[in-house]
Design a protein around this ligand. Sequence first.
Ligand SMILES: [Ca+2]
Length: 414
Amino acid sequence: MHRPHDSHFGTTSTSFRAPLAGAFALALIWAGPGRAWTINVPADMLTIQAAIDTIAAGDTVMVHPGNYAESIDFGGKSIVVTGTAPDELDTVKATVIDAGGLATVVSFQSGEDEGAVLAGLTLTGGRGAPNGGGVNCDGASPTLDHCVIIANSAAESGGGVSGSDASPTLSDCIIDSNFASTAQGGGFSFSGSSNPTFVRCLIARNHAATRGGGGACSDGTEPSLSNSVVFFNTADGRGGGLAVGGSGAMTLTNCAISENLAEAGSGIDVRALGALMIDQVTVAGNVANPSGGAILLAGEGSIGNSVLWGNSPDEIMLEGAGSADVRYTDVRGSYSGEGNLDVDPNFALYFQRGYPLRAGSPCIDAADPAVEDGIWDAHPSWPAPYSNGVRADMGAYGGPGNADWIGFLALLGR
Ligand SMILES: [Ca+2]
């Protein structure tokens, strides 16, 4: 069940570029004693790696739009490697590092911390051997911001991103159409002692040969996702969207999990001894075939202030010693617990936009009464026609984190 990669942008030039001799170019841009350096690629140096090799902590590599046929390694440096306009998606998609199917696109394997920053770049054509086609973090915890990680693959796990003993932070990133050839985590996969953080990320159209189309975490890892959308991912095994391994734990806040496909646990699969904590999450339109469970729990699940509706064939499936504590959540077919509903949430079916509630939805102002929305109809950012009180709404767009969607949802569907 391999979903072909989408080609959202051209990768027209694949020529390798040789680095300039550095001294002459650097003399032009050195700002003086104690000041940070910025190297412009390709104006000052022709390859990103040559620029990285030249600079030191605190310096910046500024990558201008173009197609760079290389793979890069931060080499343990706390530096910034950035496109020219990380906030502009069209510029990010026009600033491409293409590894040509030869290697991982960007490697962090020398203890990099959050001071190692990759921003505003598109990473494609990566091939992880065995893991991490787009990005591989081995004992490193860098920062990725406004990157597009698209059409990469791994021989084993983590087609888009992988990590071992790694706790990177990814914010405003798109992880799209990546592929784990023989194992798990089409979008991302982590192992060892890893606590990766995903904020405002879109994880879409990834595929895994075994489990966790969007992402899988193996034993001991504890990823957290907030204000993120996980949709259209597929797994040949369990966990179409996300998967949690034994002794692992995953925390989801203000996320939408939709239209993922797997043989069971189509949205999220939690193995025995694993734990899932979700709050303000919408799970809808996922399809498990042949068995069930948009959320399949062989471990523990804590589900609050959420909407589980319209998944096929059912919403929550328990297996073995699995358990679910469900509160203030709208569950199709009903589920016992304080404040739960079983009523059509009246979704607005914006394609690829994560099932927001339509005006008048019974899930508005129906979450835990002790919880307030970050923004509601008294806030200048709230669209005037939609009546919505301060009490939190159920689902991905309610609760204290609902304001953090502003500016991100516009990216979806592009
Ligand atoms: Ca409300």
